[in-house]
Design a protein around this ligand. Structure first.
Ligand code: ARG
Length: 393
């Protein structure tokens, strides 16, 4: 029998895929779950479901550090956001696909399978990598059979696949955030019920007292919280915890998917918002106006590459070079005030600060104001000509 490696989360879609791959495609299924910092239960569940469903050979592939250092840190330096979404799922997909490709090679499998539907973005992100990094065939059973969620449930019942409890949300979690879609959330006018959230407190339940947090950066990435040095993983986890406690990072948007569908997406990305906000505040004091302006273009292009599953496009690497060069000066400390769902930068300092307090101060004479007279007088020359010449009646 031909071997297939299935990217397996233990949820409904991929559990249905195991059985379909056996029954309809006649294949020997090996399952794998890549650890990109999802909660422990999400790592343990696929391993136990793989056993329960029929003793399938299952692998847990640890990619947490790689995800934090080589993916999230790059996204922070680029301030990556797509339509207000910090790209948590999108950023992890290429890494997951690469790990699955490595495993398929080791296992001598000629096919890789995933549980994506034909409507979402992840099919593009997985397959772009699989096809670029291997000669494996790809099977997407849910898409191939054009199954609806209800048909999946019917099929699951017929082969004793355990069903998710009451809510039918589709959830994807990793170190950089949590995405919640589907079920009642598909109606864009329905307010997400409190049970959709698990990383963030509602502002009514968050602490009465504000918290002031100091985050230190070096080369554009965070290295310490309140003076305590931390590795990337611990630091990001801690940021999720602190910002989540204060109700930061809930997002409810209509998002433009790759295929053009608009979809309603809910996210909880407390750490991502906290870190990117602090990072950008430090850029404002260390980078020039032109760098900041150009940085907006970088953010937009970089974020689209991630969203569109083109992490391995050479343009991403090209951009990394310019970003890294610029980020050498993004060093210093940012002070953030967190309170009841809101977050505000209340301080920043840097050894490379371009903010010259003495010159800008109302009290100082270092800059002779009189020297500005001619510059101001001749400012907006073209607008002046336009208004005087063209608008004459
Ligand atoms: N819309 C997001 C993206 O394309 C998240 C998808 C998350 N998937 C999920 N099953 N909730 O990156």
């Amino acid at each position: 029998m031909e071997k297939v490696v299935l990217a397996f989360s233990g949820g409904l879609d991929t559990s249905v895929c195991i059985k379909l791959l056996e029954e309809k495609y006649n294949m020997e299924v090996i399952t794998a779950c890549v650890d990109v910092g999802q909660p422990r239960e999400e790592i343990e569940r696929p391993a136990s479901v793989a056993v329960d469903l029929g003793n399938y050979k299952h692998h847990t592939l640890d990619a947490q550090r790689e995800f934090a250092e080589d993916y999230i840190f790059k996204a922070i330096k680029a301030n990556a956001l797509y339509e207000g979404y910090p790209l948590s799922t999108a950023l992890a997909r290429p890494l997951i696909a690469m790990k699955i490709v490595e495993l398929a090679k080791k296992e001598g499998a000629t096919t890789i399978a995933h549980g994506c539907t034909g409507k979402g973005n992840d099919q593009f992100r997985f397959e772009a990598i699989i096809r670029s990094m291997s000669d494996c065939d790809v099977i997407a059973p849910i898409r191939d059979l054009n199954l609806t969620r209800t048909e999946e449930v019917e099929y699951a019942k017929s082969c004793d696949i355990p069903l998710p409890s009451d809510k039918m949300y589709s959830i994807d979690e990793n170190l950089w955030g949590r995405a919640i879609e589907g079920d009642i959330l598909e109606d864009p006018m329905v307010e997400p019920p409190e049970d959709a959230f698990s990383w963030t407190k509602s502002s009514t339940d968050s602490p009465e007292e504000p918290q002031i947090l100091e985050m230190e950066f070096e080369n554009g990435v965070p290295i310490s919280l309140d003076g305590e040095k931390m590795g990337p993983l611990d630091l990001i986890n801690k940021c999720n915890e602190i910002a989540g406690l204060h109700g930061i990072g809930r997002v409810d948007i209509i998002e433009d998917r790759i295929i053009g569908l608009k979809s309603r997406e809910i996210y909880e990305t407390p750490g991502a918002f906290l870190i990117i906000t602090a990072h950008h505040a430090l850029e404002q004091i260390t980078l020039t106006r032109s760098e900041l302006k150009f940085g907006e273009n970088i953010t937009s292009t970089y974020s689209e590459l991630i969203y569109n599953g083109l992490w391995h496009d050479p343009l991403r690497e090209d951009l990394d070079h310019i970003i890294d060069h610029m980020q050498r000066r993004v060093r210093g400390t940012v002070k953030i005030r967190l309170h009841k769902g809101s977050m505000r930068i209340v301080g920043r300092k840097s050894p490379f600060s371009l903010y010259q307090q003495d010159v800008v101060s109302f009290e100082d004479k270092a800059l002779d104001q009189r020297e500005m007279t001619g510059m101001v007088k001749n400012y907006a020359m073209q607008a002046a000509f336009y208004n005087k010449i063209c608008k004459k009646d």
